[in-house]
Design a protein. Structure first.
Length: 79
């Protein structure tokens, strides 16, 4: 399995957990990605209250957020 697939799977699992529990022990970048995937700015880490700053923090992970939102939301919302 390639790194792209592993990262997508990891972010789906983190986002699913955040969606179900409202909490995450994930890294800052993972939490930011999950907040954007769920479209829930209230899930951004406390020191990232600015949406643009948080989005820029994702850098190359922005593509994973877009892929998950486009193709895998059913695994998060229904899973």
């Amino acid at each position: 399995m390639n790194q792209h697939t592993e990262t997508v799977k990891q972010l789906i699992n983190i986002t699913r957990h955040l969606h179900k529990t409202g909490r995450s022990g994930a890294s800052t970048g993972e939490q930011i990605a999950a907040a954007f995937i769920l479209n829930k700015p209230e899930y951004l880490p406390d020191n990232y209250s600015d949406m643009v700053e948080a989005w820029e923090r994702l850098d190359t992970w922005q593509k994973y957020v877009k892929v998950i939102k486009q193709d895998y939301m059913h695994l998060i919302i229904e899973g």
